[in-house]
Design a protein around this ligand. Structure first.
Ligand code: 2YH
Length: 278
């Protein structure tokens, strides 16, 4: 699992309005609109409640510790979306205690493995990996002409984000193809999806050319950098990329720009907040 760095995070805050415009242009929905769409919530109701829903972001020193700018950026995203948010003044257990006693409605916190949110009233728990998979699959559905229903969608990377994305693709009635450099992982995911959801799942060869050759819709949920050759981008109609770092080269990103959605934190945080609001 990729640990975000300050370099990944620090540009986000100043780009929120631009990114929101980009999402609107590519999907017809704002960042909050996409999050609501993915989580099955009513946008107007969320907008109405967000301003009085307080979310404290608690710094977490466990494992490799604090990432400078992580909590302030999560809180800036929440504030941008209209939620009442601040970074907790204390970290870890003291931060949780203070959030309860100061009547926060929800908290968010991340260690090296898990980024989770907790509604302190309803006990709803939201997981960043799961909702990130859902919201990027939904964004792809919105970006592709006619949606992904009935279309083959390549899900590259069979970790928690890829699995969640694949489940959402099936929910939207797309046909998932699962790809991972580790064939055991893609085979196991295909078996889980078939067993749990009775869905047709295509298991794709571990060669990127074989994987990309027969899919026009792609979700890149791998943690691998630049694994997608520029020469294979032509037939790809749309790609969403929650994976960090991105699998495209700089040139690949320029080629795909009009049909690419990629971010490192924003849509996942938006989906977590929407998931937490009752
Ligand atoms: O970046 C991460 C992990 N890779 C979890 C991602 C889950 N999708 N965690 C951030 C750690 C933040 C740090 N503990 C802090 O500043 O509080």
């Amino acid at each position: 699992m990729t640990r975000l760095t300050t370099k990944d995070i620090s540009p986000i805050r100043d780009r929120l309005a631009d990114y929101d415009r980009e999402l609107t242009q590519k999907t017809g929905l704002t960042m909050l609109g996409l999050a609501c769409h993915a989580m099955g919530k009513d946008l107007d109701a969320v907008i109405q409640r967000a301003g009085s829903f307080s979310i404290q972001v608690i710094p977490n020193t466990s494992g490799q510790g604090i990432i400078s700018d992580f909590c302030t950026t999560v809180s800036a995203i929440l504030t941008y979306l209209g939620f009442k948010s601040r970074v907790a003044s204390e970290s870890d257990v003291a931060g949780f205690a203070h959030a309860f006693t100061s009547n926060a409605d929800a908290v968010m916190t991340a260690d090296d493995l898990t980024f989770a949110g907790f509604n302190l009233h309803t006990r709803k728990v939201t997981d960043n990996s799961a909702v990130t998979g859902w919201v990027f699959a939904s964004a792809l559905d919105r970006m592709v002409h006619g949606g992904i229903a009935g279309k083959k969608v390549l899900i590259a990377g069979c970790g928690p984000v890829g699995e969640a994305a694949a489940r959402q693709v099936i929910d939207i009635r797309g046909i998932p193809g699962v790809y991972d450099l580790d064939a055991d992982k893609s085979g196991a995911l295909a078996a889980r999806l078939s067993n749990d959801l009775g869905s047709e799942v295509i298991t794709v060869d571990t060669d990127p050319a074989a994987a990309l050759g027969s899919f026009s819709c792609v979700i890149d949920a791998t943690p691998a950098s630049e694994w997608i050759p520029d020469s294979l981008l032509g037939p790809i109609a749309a790609m969403t990329a929650p994976g960090v770092p991105p699998g495209l080269s700089e040139t690949g990103r320029d080629i795909m720009e009009p049909r690419l959605i990629h971010d490192k934190l924003e849509l996942g945080v938006a989906a977590m907040a929407v998931d937490l609001i009752p």
